[in-house]
Design a protein around this ligand. Structure first.
Ligand code: XMP
Length: 304
C-alpha cells in the first residue's frame, strides 16, 4: 500500500465525489473491514452515510452494545432482528441451508432500510483477497460487487478493494479505531450459528456465546489466528447429586497464515483445565468440555 495517510485522503475524496449530494448505506458489523469503511465514509459525507447494524441474535457477547458505543456518533440505524432470525432458523439443521437462510434474511432486512432511507449508494468493505477468492470460486459469501438485493443502487463503492487484511488493520489504527476492532480475530458472517451443530436455538446460542467469551478472555494474551468455542452435541453428566443431560463444548484454538490451512495450538494443560472449569461452573447447561486437536485439513476452522 502507498502511505496510509495518502490512502485515507484518496479514499475519502473518492467517496465524496461518487456520492455527491446522495446518500450512502453500509452494513456495519463491527468487523475491521466494515468499520474502516464506515469511518472513511463518515469523514467523506457525514450524516449522509447510514451505517446499519443488524442484530441477528448471533453476535458475540457485548458486540451489539460496543457497536452502539463506538459508532453512536454516526447516523446509526440499529435493527433488532433477533426474533426474525431465530424464527427463520427453526428446524434448519443442514449447514449450507443455515448459511443460506441467514444470508438471505440479512439481505432482506438490510434492503428494507435502504428502501426506507432511499439510499443511493452501497458501500462495502470488500478487500483484495475477497475479490481473488470470488474470481477463483473458492468462497461465494463475499458478495463482491454488491448484495444480491431487489433494491437498485446507483452504484457500489468498495474503498478497500485493493488492500490486504494487514493493510486494512494499519488503516484502522491510523484512523483511530480501538484495538478491539483493528486487531480483531476473524468472525464468520453467519455468526455463532456456525458454532452450534444442528438446529440453532436461542438457548444453544446463549450457551455458545458465554463459552466464547470465556475462551477469548482466557486466551487473550496468546498469539493465534482464532480461538473460540462451539456447541457440538449433548451428553450425560453429573451436577450435584443428579445425572443431567447437558451440552458438550468444544474449544478450538488455531494458528494460521491465511485460513486455507490451520494448525491447533499446543495449549498448556493448565490453561485448558482453567477454561474447562470456568465453562462448566459458569454455564450450568454444559457437562463436558473437549479440546479439538484437528488441523485444517482434514477439518475446517469453523464447525459448519
Ligand atoms: P473455515 O471454517 O472454512 O474458515 O476453515 C476459514 C476462515 O473463514 C472464516 N469464515 C467465514 N468468514 N463468512 C465469513 O466472513 C463466512 O461465512 C465464514 N465462514 C468461515 C472462519 O472464521 C475462518 O477464519
Amino acid at each position: 500500500m502507498v502511505k496510509v495517510e495518502r490512502f485515507v485522503e484518496k479514499a475519502i475524496q473518492e467517496i465524496k465525489e461518487q456520492v455527491g449530494d446522495g446518500k450512502a448505506i453500509i452494513a456495519l458489523s463491527g468487523g475491521v473491514d466494515s468499520s474502516v469503511c464506515a469511518v472513511l465514509a463518515y469523514r467523506a459525507i457525514g450524516d449522509k452515510l447510514i451505517p446499519v447494524f443488524v442484530d441477528t441474535g448471533l453476535m458475540r457477547a457485548g458486540e451489539p452494545e460496543r457497536v452502539k458505543e463506538i459508532f453512536g456518533y454516526m447516523n446509526l440505524k440499529f435493527v433488532d432482528a433477533r426474533d426474525e432470525f431465530f424464527n427463520a432458523l427453526k428446524g434448519v439443521v443442514d449447514p449450507e441451508e443455515k448459511r443460506k437462510v441467514i444470508g438471505e434474511l440479512f439481505v432482506r432486512v438490510f434492503e428494507k432500510v435502504a428502501e426506507e432511507e432511499k439510499a443511493d449508494y452501497l458501500i462495502q468493505g470488500t478487500i483484495y483477497p475477497d475479490i481473488i477468492e470470488s474470481q477463483g470460486g473458492i468462497k461465494s459469501h463475499h458478495n463482491v460487487g454488491g448484495f444480491p438485493t431487489h433494491y437498485t443502487f446507483k452504484g457500489v463503492i468498495e474503498p478497500l478493494r485493493e488492500l490486504y487484511k494487514d493493510e486494512v488493520r494499519e488503516v484502522a489504527r491510523y484512523i483511530g479505531l480501538p484495538e478491539e476492532i483493528s486487531e480483531r480475530m476473524p468472525f464468520p458472517g453467519p455468526g455463532l450459528a456456525v458454532r452450534v451443530l444442528g438446529e440453532v436455538t436461542p438457548e444453544k446460542v446463549e450457551v455458545v456465546r458465554r463459552a466464547n467469551k470465556i475462551v477469548e478472555e482466557e486466551l487473550k494474551d496468546i498469539p493465534k489466528w482464532q480461538a473460540f468455542a462451539a456447541v457440538i452435541g449433548r451428553a450425560t453428566g453429573v451436577k450435584g447429586d443428579e445425572r443431567v443431560y447437558g451440552y458438550i463444548i468444544s474449544i478450538r484454538a488455531v494458528e494460521s497464515r491465511d485460513a486455507m490451512t490451520a494448525e491447533p495450538l499446543r495449549l498448556d494443560y493448565e490453561i485448558l483445565r482453567r477454561i474447562m472449569r470456568r465453562i462448566t461452573e459458569e454455564i450450568p447447561e454444559v457437562v463436558r468440555v473437549v479440546y479439538d486437536i484437528t488441523p485444517k485439513p482434514p477439518a475446517t476452522i469453523e464447525y459448519e
